[in-house]
Design a protein around this ligand. Structure first.
Ligand code: CO8
Length: 297
């Protein structure tokens, strides 16, 4: 509610002057934030990019460093569903604030829970929603990505980091262990020794080390991070959504299968692209020396 009031005051301020083009852009952004603040309590949602083909989700619990409470994760699922069903959107960017992408699952929510409540109640099972998104998701990580925050970033397809980002799995310091991929996706991303070091000590690594280890693909100055992620997302969104989904599925399958099985799967998907209009259009456009006009069919 406070966020909505802040946004409404900003809109009134801008309208009472004669807004420049840049201010009009601010105005539009503010309006979108205002709309999404009305709908969601813990995230901000808008569409970005020249063609508005990028869905941007910003985690927005600043006082709790974007701790991933149950309500936030449910809202994230809803926002992802909406972008998944929006034919305009071809890629999603997930970000937080400059101080924190997310400082983990909400410790205050977990503090009083018992084994029977977590095991019996399937505690936080819905966190998997992000990992099963069909459209690609880019994590733009500024500040802390700790525990569940690091795990959420790793559920995304690409991670870009701000120079001051810090990644860690500090659950061991709380007397527990990672529960959403920290012991599974992290070793696959950075190797056993580094993952084991992080999980067993609880120590954080900085953006430069995360890039060196292969956890993140690029590092940017904090203020440029989200725009850079949106730019990459626009590029992905300009391709056939159908083929992008097939490509994403094929890369992700490499985590599940042996090399032989994976090669077989890839070949089947490659052959399947020949059943699409977009494969024909892409190759015809190349031969005719013109840009491809994909229709996602
Ligand atoms: N949960 C709840 N609240 C949090 C969390 C969190 N994870 N992190 C920070 N906060 C709150 C603090 O309590 C504080 O609130 P208040 O002002 O009301 O006291 C506010 O955010 C600001 O935090 P700090 O004052 O601590 O800020 P600092 O800048 O001093 O420190 C740190 C920043 C280093 C990030 C520090 O806050 C910290 O260590 N946070 C906890 C990090 C952590 O341990 N994360 C792992 C949590 S466990 C987890 O993620 C398991 C995931 C399992 C998923 C399973 C899915 C199936």
């Amino acid at each position: 509610m406070a966020g909505a009031v802040r946004n409404i005051s900003k809109i009134s301020r801008l309208l009472s002057s004669s807004p420049s083009t840049q201010q009009l852009g601010d105005l539009q952004r503010c309006f979108l934030r205002c709309m999404s603040t009305g709908k969601f309590e813990n995230i901000l949602v808008e569409k970005r990019g020249e063609k508005k083909n990028v869905g941007l989700i910003q985690l927005n619990r600043p006082k709790a460093l974007n701790a991933l409470c149950d309500a936030l994760m449910k809202e994230l699922g809803t926002a992802l569903d909406e972008f998944e069903n929006d034919p305009e959107v071809g890629c999603v960017v997930l970000t937080g604030s400059e101080k924190a992408f997310a400082a983990g699952a909400d410790i205050k929510e977990m503090q009083g829970l018992t084994f029977s409540q977590t095991f019996g109640g399937g505690f936080l099972n819905h966190w998997n929603r992000l990992a099963s998104n069909k459209k690609p998701v880019i994590a733009a990580v500024n500040g802390f990505a700790l525990g569940g925050g690091c795990e959420v970033a790793m559920m995304c397809d690409i991670i870009y980091a701000g120079e001051k980002a810090k990644f860690g799995q500090p659950e061991i310091l709380l007397g527990t262990i990672p529960g959403a991929g920290g012991t599974q996706r992290l070793p696959r991303a950075i190797g056993k020794s580094k993952a084991m070091e992080m999980a067993l000590t609880g120590d954080m690594i900085n953006a430069a080390d995360a890039e060196k280890a292969g956890l993140v693909s690029k590092v940017f100055p904090p203020g440029e991070l989200v725009d850079a992620a949106v730019k990459t997302a626009e590029k992905i969104a300009s391709h056939s959504k159908l083929i992008v989904a097939m490509c994403k599925e094929s890369v992700n399958t490499s985590y599940e299968l042996t090399l032989n099985e994976g090669m077989h799967f890839e070949k089947r998907i490659f052959h399947a692209t020949f059943a699409t209009k977009d494969r024909k259009e892409g190759m015809t456009a190349f031969v005719e020396k013109r840009p491809a006009n994909f229709t996602d069919e």
